[in-house]
Design a protein around this ligand. Sequence first.
Ligand SMILES: Nc1ncnc2c1ncn2[C@@H]1O[C@H](COP(=O)(O)OP(=O)(O)OP(=O)(O)O)[C@@H](O)[C@H]1O
Length: 359
Amino acid sequence: MKHKATEEILNGEIVLSVDEIVIKFNLRGKELTAIRGASLDLHKGESLAIVGESGSGKSVFTKSFMGLLDSNGRIESGTIMYKGDNLAKFKTEDDWIKIRGKEIAMVFQDPMTSLNPLKTIGKQVQESIELHQNLKGEEAKKLAIDILSDVGISDSEKRFKQYPHEFSGGMRQRVVIAIAVACNPNILICDEPTTALDVTIQAQILQLLKNLQKKYDLTIIYITHDLGVVANVADRIAVMYAGDIIELGTADEVFFDPKHPYTWALLSSLPQLGIKGEPLYSIKGTPPNLFKEIVGDAFAPRNPKALKIDFVKRPPYFEVTPTHKARTWLLDPRSPKIEPPAMILKMREMDEKWGVSNE
Ligand SMILES: Nc1ncnc2c1ncn2[C@@H]1O[C@H](COP(=O)(O)OP(=O)(O)OP(=O)(O)O)[C@@H](O)[C@H]1O
């Protein structure tokens, strides 16, 4: 069930360790808890996808690793350990300068907001190099041209002199990736990097990131609301719901043997996996109100098969394998046996029969 490469990664070094982080926002005098004690260890060289509906906390969680929370937000408790520093305690811009770009870089959804329309794209990549690597002038320019070709911009010497508006959406996203890579970061966070692009271009950008990961020795976090998008690029998947990671496992484990009812629902609503002739599943109800304290399993009110205890007590993590865990009472040996929906059973069957995950 597990790829060999993933196993090697998980035995390797932990580059970032988040423990029980709680993040709150103040909104018109009221307090909203966006992240409710989420924990995550990121392993060197892995691609980890964080998936979940809009508002589940994917962006807030990862922005806290770079000191990019909005000014009305704060980390209330928990730790974010990176190279011996607790980033959760960082206060000033001087602290963050050491981390942002240089150690952890981010690629956002909309390339137009990340690029300066008044500067040539080459200059923008070059400046990123000059700021973060010990190179200046012609040397930095030469490296910028090389990085532009690495991200798939042909004729990069000529295109160095062009402006963002002279590029298509996909090409602009490549430039944004070039700027991030030019900082020589350890960790690259890609926040919905392909949402604004059409499907073919999406696949090309994901393949590009996969290639760059090896060449530039990157650990990558993908943020997406679409599990289908990351199926081919993620080693591991963290499923987020109402500010917490409710299931974490290798991509194969989450796809073929999911345990949390929310993960079942997410997978069942994927158009790529729909059963022919049957209507596509859609998750009923709305996520919980984060202004209120959440009791029990946050997904319970939307889960038609929720247990009584789901409304009373927050489930702990139950370990499925050393790499797979989920916060659901269904994994408690005392729980009644509840079968996942037909589509999930079918996926499991396919995996057992054809070994789809081991290809
Ligand atoms: N500055 C802010 N003030 C108040 N609430 C905020 C602020 N920023 C984020 N939130 C809230 O925190 C929660 C998590 O938001 P977040 O943007 O991380 O979700 P997400 O999973 O990344 O969603 P999306 O896919 O839509 O970006 C949401 O309820 C959001 O409204």
